[in-house]
Design a protein around this ligand. Structure first.
Ligand code: UD1
Length: 425
């Protein structure tokens, strides 16, 4: 299993290209199940998770071809002339929670599906009850049997409905949206997630002939259509990767251009980084992030649904605050078990106390390198960032989590002067 070794202390200077968003790419790939026509995605991030989604889709009857039609390596052509299976087994779904996204489209197109309950990052219980609630409202019968969800549409097909989510959920909003496009009649989603990845999926569905309005708001209106056609769609830039590299510069110091980054996707993050003393400006090519000379100062954050501060940047922000001047309070409101990076950051010398869903971080002048263990995707990248500021060597073990979500991280940071290498074992 690979590890990443970082020798801290180098400032970062240069350019980092921002990849397409993983959390948009995965449901976008699943949209190929909804139509016999070709879906062509550009700006697809090259990650373990996207490759894995391709493998899962192939077992269901999707032809998957990367880098064809002159689209370059970051493109994929997906086409399912006919579904050959509606079964997603445990072995495939447990590896990646987003595999669960095949359930709604399989049900909508084939009228039935058997999909394993998901696994994924260990950041809380993460149930799927609201995905299932939405499908039931559309008329599906749902049974749970031996760890599997068995979903079936009535003989006349699914029917539009009013679906209200008790709290904001990205996954259940996307499941409801994908499925309702092929239901008879009108569906209204109330308290829908407004995350940019949901918007990207809705835009792609409309390009495929769906009739979705209210995109970007918390009320989505969907007029069902009989069939969807093919489309070409460009995956939006990854706001979590953008925020992560912005925090890398905030931690290490220096000046880096994030190419292709969009400030409008991370306004809440920009606000808090500015408050901490990081300089951020828009350029023609993206965002420029700089911290020169002075030590950053503490700032507080509370994770919230979009447009609030994203939970997927909480661990990285904590790594940043570990060396800022003063005390910062970081509150996690989305997932109940998302402080697993705290003991690992403490091994590097961070001073953090967890009280329930809040962490109090007292900035220390210097961290010290140590071997640490990655526990989930965002936690592992926070350890890499902390390593950039730590004296001596930080060895981040179990980096397969990182490879699920960050494209060529050691190359991107290395090109800006970080002393970072992958150690294969
Ligand atoms: C997605 C992202 C993940 C991000 C999260 C919140 C993907 C592949 N993953 O995860 O990176 O951290 O949004 O922005 O896009 N919940 C239920 N029942 C459900 C569904 C969710 O109780 O049926 C709860 C969850 O346990 C959690 C909260 O709702 O406490 C929000 O989860 P949700 O927004 O659905 O996250 P995911 O879609 O799993």
């Amino acid at each position: 299993m690979d590890s990443i070794s970082i020798r801290g202390g180098a400032r970062l200077n240069g350019q980092i290209p921002i990849s397409g968003a993983k959390n948009a790419a995965l449901p976008l790939m699943a949209l190929s199940l909804l139509t016999p026509r070709e879906l062509f995605l550009e700006n697809l991030p090259s990650l373990a998770d996207t490759r894995f989604m391709g493998e899962l889709l192939a077992t269901l009857g999707v032809e998957v071809a990367y880098g064809v039609n002159g689209g370059g390596p970051s493109s994929v052509r997906l086409q399912a002339p006919k579904l050959v299976s509606t079964f997603a087994p445990y072995d495939l779904v447990r590896k990646m929670r987003a595999s669960f996204y095949v359930l709604g489209p399989l049900l909508a197109r084939a009228g039935e599906a058997k999909v394993s309950l998901p696994g994924g990052c260990a950041i809380g219980t993460r149930p799927v009850d609201l995905h299932l609630m939405a499908l039931e409202k559309l008329g599906a019968s749902i049974e749970l049997e031996d760890g599997y969800v068995l979903a079936a549409a009535p003989s006349g097909g699914l029917t539009g409905a009013e679906i209200e989510f008790p709290f904001v959920t990205v996954g259940a909003t996307v499941t409801a949206l994908m499925t309702a496009t092929l239901a008879h009649g009108h569906t209204t989603l109330l308290n829908a997630a407004r995350e940019p990845e949901v918007t990207d999926v809705a835009d792609c569905l409309n390009a495929m002939g769906a009739k979705i309005s209210g995109i970007g708001t918390s009320t989505l209106e969907i007029e069902g259509v009989a069939a969807l056609k093919g489309a070409t769609h460009r995956v939006l830039p990854d706001r979590i990767e953008t925020g992560t590299y912005a925090m890398a510069v905030a931690i290490a110091g220096g000046e880096v251009d994030l190419l292709g980054a969009r400030g409008d996707l991370i306004e809440s993050v920009i606000d808090v980084l500015l408050e901490a003393g990081v300089e951020i400006s828009e350029t023609n090519e993206g965002l420029r992030i700089a911290r020169n000379g002075h030590r950053a100062s503490a700032a507080n954050v509370t994770t919230e649904p979009f447009p609030g501060f994203p939970t997927d940047l909480q661990a990285q922000f904590m790594a940043f605050m570990a060396t800022a001047e003063g005390e910062s309070t970081i509150k996690e409101t989305i997932f109940e078990n998302r402080f697993m990076h705290v003991p690992e950051l403490s091994r590097l010398g961070a001073d953090i106390i967890v009280e329930g869903q809040s962490a109090r971080v007292k900035g220390v002048p210097k961290l010290k390198g140590a071997p640490v263990m990655a526990t989930d995707l965002r936690a592992s990248v926070s350890l890499v960032l902390a390593g950039l500021a730590a004296e001596g060597e930080t060895m981040v073990n179990r980096v397969y989590h990182l490879d699920r979500g960050f494209e060529r991280i050691e190359e991107k940071l290395g090109a800006c002067g970080a002393d970072i290498t992958r150690v294969s074992s």
